[in-house]
Write a protein that binds this ligand. Structure first.
Ligand code: URA
Length: 212
């Protein structure tokens, strides 16, 4: 079976899920975005926000738009290179961080998505997704971002990297050397060249990014 068909089966189960309280308040399950047949990278965020809950698509609100700009600048195609998912598939009320119970109830969907995708690399976008796969629950994203490490999912090891969450970058506009936005550019450029190769690039000026 092709990846899309396997993922459709998981999605159907997820859309009928009422295993945690988030199922009571969601408008839509936010399962994934991207092309599972071409994506070499699985990017994992935290949880859907308001726009994602209304549309059923991850990373389409303000943070998603900023992420798109960084991806475009790095020459990473959101629709072809990435399969974008979240740690939990339903929006937590008031955009609070998902609880341990909510994350545990959603883990079967997350691990099934990774298993089926069998990506060349996993990118943890922000602390919530990183902590879901790290033994050290106090791990600081600012200390580990940009470095490759392995995570094991259902007995298989995946090359992984953590990057800043775009919501954090929305609060940090500086483009100085060493600033979070600069580090995001560096990290995406490493991901692009080491996982996807250097075939295309899509220049985007720092001035444009600082304006978002
Ligand atoms: N933040 C996330 O972590 N995921 C989304 O889908 C949107 C915002």
């Amino acid at each position: 079976m092709i990846k899309k068909q396997c993922l459709d089966i998981v999605q159907q189960k997820c859309e009928n899920c009422s295993d945690c309280v988030l199922g009571e308040t969601r408008n839509n399950v936010v399962f994934s975005d991207g092309n599972p047949e071409t994506a070499k990278i699985v990017l994992i965020g935290e949880a859907p926000g308001e726009t994602e809950d209304m549309t059923g698509t991850p990373f389409v609100g303000r943070a998603g738009k900023l992420l798109n700009q960084f991806l475009q600048e790095a020459g990473i195609s959101r629709s072809e290179d990435l399969y974008i998912i979240n740690t939990v598939k339903c929006r937590p009320p008031e955009n609070r961080v998902p609880t341990d119970v909510e994350k545990a109830m959603c883990e079967k969907y997350l691990t099934a998505q990774i298993d089926i995708m069998n990506p060349k690399a996993i990118i943890f976008c922000g602390a919530t997704s990183l902590k879901s796969f790290c033994d050290d629950k106090k791990v600081q994203i600012s200390k580990v971002r940009g470095k490759w490490f392995d995570v094991e999912v259902n007995g298989k090891k995946y090359r992984s990297m953590a990057i800043f969450h775009p919501s954090y970058l929305l609060r940090n506009h500086s483009m100085e050397d060493g600033s979070p936005r600069r580090l995001m550019q560096q990290d995406l450029s490493v991901i692009k060249s080491e996982i996807l190769g250097d075939k295309t690039s899509n220049p985007f000026s720092n001035k444009d990014l600082a304006a978002v």
